[in-house]
Design a binder for this molecule. Structure first.
Ligand SMILES: C[S@@+](CC[C@H](N)C(=O)[O-])C[C@H]1O[C@@H](n2cnc3c(N)ncnc32)[C@H](O)[C@@H]1O
Length: 291
């Protein structure tokens, strides 16, 4: 559940962005439940029904855009692929999550590199997390994936979707369990900077074999992720960035980091920039050559 008091800033941004009328605002607040802690909570059910009314009253035609699955995923009966498919069926998955084609790319890399320690910054609803873990599960090494996210509620993203996920952490936890990846994935509920200030408590002296950066896409956020985490990546290890083409994805951070720290340091980093489908937000695969 999502707490109105604790998440006040995001809540009021939500109200502002959707340009709610006073009546709608009042009805939303009224639909909240007062918890034992004295906080006001919005449940998934109450926000679903509120947003359904919002869309109906404004005659908004919902975007039907979603990712197309490869055939093997379409026919997935059970196991991790069926769990992944359910996540992809959530309207919020497009376009914020990796497409199946991009996810497969990550999976195949991990299936090949025998990674012991993988760190993901930015899990969103867990789609990339499952792709990464699936690659690790099919490698010859039992590794650990540390999945860092603030796990704050996910709000509507017009025109792509008008859905809200009030508790992404519990959604992801359930998906991990159903996919059978509980022994691989460890969730770290934190801002990436705070998580880095506590490396001792979770990373210890381990080096990172693969770092996936897909969290704060601003220049300062992405730069800070790179500066704090890249020194912990093993020589020969990989740093993967999502959303590297600002022209398509609208984010500047990953491009800035590549241009200012990677492209101009060929003795330290090997770089491959990949076009991606169906959205060409782009992926960069960086191999660290030197400490
Ligand atoms: C684009 S989404 C990630 C998509 C996901 N990797 C996927 O492909 O399914 C970005 C995520 O980063 C998280 N995030 C943003 N800034 C962060 C930060 N400083 N530390 C940790 N997580 C952050 C957000 O909560 C959001 O869930």
């Amino acid at each position: 559940m999502f707490s109105m008091k604790a998440d006040k800033v995001r809540f009021f941004r939500f109200i502002r962005d959707l340009k709610l009328t006073e009546v709608e605002e009042a009805s939303l607040i009224e639909s909240s439940v007062k918890g034992e802690d004295g906080d006001y909570w919005l449940t998934q059910e109450s926000i679903n029904s509120f947003l359904a009314g919002y869309v109906r009253e404004r005659n908004i035609s919902l975007s039907k855009v979603s990712y197309k699955y490869p055939d093997y995923m379409e026919s997935a009966g059970s196991g991790w692929l069926s769990v992944l498919k359910k996540l992809y069926e959530m309207p919020a998955a497009y376009p914020a999550s990796l497409s199946p084609a991009q996810g497969e790319l990550l999976k195949v890399i991990l299936a090949n590199i025998s990674a012991k320690t993988v760190v993901e910054i930015g899990c969103f609803i867990g789609i990339s997390t499952l792709w990464l873990a699936a690659g690790m599960a099919s490698s010859n090494v039992r590794g650990r994936l540390y999945a860092i996210d603030t796990y704050v509620p996910k709000f509507p993203w017009p025109p792509f979707h008008y859905s809200c996920i009030v508790n992404p952490k519990s959604l992801i936890k359930e998906a991990i369990k159903s996919a059978g990846f509980s022994d691989i994935i460890h969730l770290i509920e934190s801002d990436s900077k705070n998580a880095a200030s506590r490396f001792d408590s979770w990373l210890g002296y381990n080096e990172i074999d693969l770092l996936f950066i897909d969290g704060d896409h601003s220049i300062s956020g992405c730069k800070s992720d790179f500066e704090l985490y890249a020194p912990h990546v093993a020589v020969g290890g990989y740093i993967i960035f999502h959303d590297i083409f600002p022209k398509y994805c609208g984010h500047e951070g990953p491009r800035f980091v590549l241009d200012n720290f990677v492209v101009n340091a060929p003795e330290q980093y090997q770089l491959v920039e990949m076009v991606t489908a169906p959205t060409n937000y782009g992926i960069a695969i960086v191999r660290k050559l030197r400490g």
